[in-house]
Design a binder for this molecule. Structure first.
Ligand code: NAD
Length: 353
């Protein structure tokens, strides 16, 4: 299969490209290389004959059609997006442009290309839109979960822009017949995660003996999934998912933010002890809560498990230890980003005072 992956230089997109190349698919990675895109995350596949990178913007409809025609694309897996909630609070415009307008342009390009395909190829074609559990909004602290029928109720500019893109994709299927599948996934973690997100930020601040910032009282709950489990789920849905359907993906692994940060500290205490046998937990710093901060997300994954036979393989404990070991071993990847000009994260700045 010739698969066009948008956003393949990002955290999840690069894991997906590595997975697809390893299982023998032909991958065309289309990425604009924003601050979050990093070709260094693809070093292990950059010389593979079944992998190619093109620097392009999903808002450029003409360039996208041209690429799809030239590469005879059989499938599109769409991950390109602005993804950081804090940035969407500080400056929502780019989220509207990329996540909503960009998805619209990509849909238009795909629809035109799909309509040109001969019947047999058109029947096999799929457009897979990758989205988030955050579109469903806020859950109480009980045992309720999001399923595929949960009404949308996004709280942040990021989740609202992703919700809008989900609606566009569904409409292009219902109105124009474009063969789409969709997935909504919980919080990912793992290697090559940009250091403004909670888990890598805490690991790297701990190594630098800097404060470990936690919003509010740290009671917000997220459902964590190892990124390689997500990549396997995406490959499966793109090939076997039923047209017009959406699938929830999650780790079945709810943790408060405080528990996540404490778990990182405890693993680091074993792997790289601090001086004078102090724990990294001493660096934990509570900062003013994020506005509109959803209390809890949790996914019901019964549909993907029963229809497609997917289950996460990594537990949070083993996945987190693997992730921390990766950051300890791969300073070459994160150091230039930490020392670069991206300006640090809002959470990091709050902790620094
Ligand atoms: P990321 O921020 O790490 O990567 C996004 C990538 O998109 C970057 O490589 C960036 O350069 C590229 N990009 C941005 N604008 C572009 C444009 N206009 N044209 C082409 N490329 C562009 O994001 P991620 O965490 O890997 O998330 C990927 C997708 O998965 C997103 O759609 C996100 O909403 C979704 N998602 C993420 C999570 C998570 O926990 N990270 C969970 C569920 C769903």
């Amino acid at each position: 299969m010739n698969i066009l992956v948008t956003g393949g230089a990002g955290f999840i997109g690069s894991a997906l490209c590595r997975h697809l190349v390893a299982v023998g698919e032909n991958v065309l990675n289309v990425d604009k290389l924003t601050y979050a895109g990093n070709l260094a995350s693809l070093w292990s596949i950059e010389n593979c004959s079944n992998y190619r990178f093109v620097n392009a913007d999903i808002c450029n409809e003409a360039a996208l059609i041209e690429l799809m025609r030239r590469e005879e694309i059989d499938r599109v897996i769409h991950l390109a997006a602005e993804t950081h909630v804090d940035r969407s609070i500080d400056g929502p415009a780019q989220f509207i442009e990329t996540n909503i307008v960009g998805t619209f342009r990509l849909l238009q390009a795909t629809l035109k290309y799909w309509r040109e395909l001969p019947d047999r190829k058109a029947r096999q074609f799929r457009f897979h839109h990758v989205s988030t559990d955050e579109v469903f909004g806020d859950l109480p602290f009980d045992d309720s979960t999001f399923n595929e029928q949960t009404p949308y109720a996004p709280s942040s500019p990021y989740s609202a822009s992703k919700a809008a893109s989900d609606h566009l994709v569904r409409a292009w299927h219902q109105t124009f017949g474009l063969p789409i599948v969709m997935s909504n996934c919980s919080n990912n973690y793992g290697p090559y995660h940009f250091p403004e997100k909670l888990i890598p930020l805490v690991i790297l601040n701990a190594l630098d003996e800097k404060p470990l910032p936690i919003y509010g009282a740290g009671t917000n709950v997220r459902d964590w999934l190892f990124v390689e489990d997500h990549a396997r789920a995406l490959a499966l849905i793109a090939s076997k998912g039923a047209i017009g359907e959406s699938y929830n993906i999650g780790g079945g692994c709810e943790r408060t933010n405080l528990a996540v940060v404490q778990a990182i500290c405890d693993i680091l205490d074993r792997m790289k002890p601090r001086n004078h046998s102090r724990s990294y937990r001493d660096l934990i710093t509570f900062v003013d809560d994020r506005p509109g901060h959803d209390r809890r997300y949790a996914m019901n994954t019964a549909k993907i498990e029963s229809h497609l036979g997917w289950k996460p393989q990594e537990s949070f404990e083993t996945g987190l230890a693997q992730t921390i070991a990766w950051y300890l071993d791969n300073e070459w990847w994160w150091k230039p980003i930490r020392e670069g000009t991206y300006g640090g994260s809002r959470l990091g700045r709050l902790a620094a005072g």
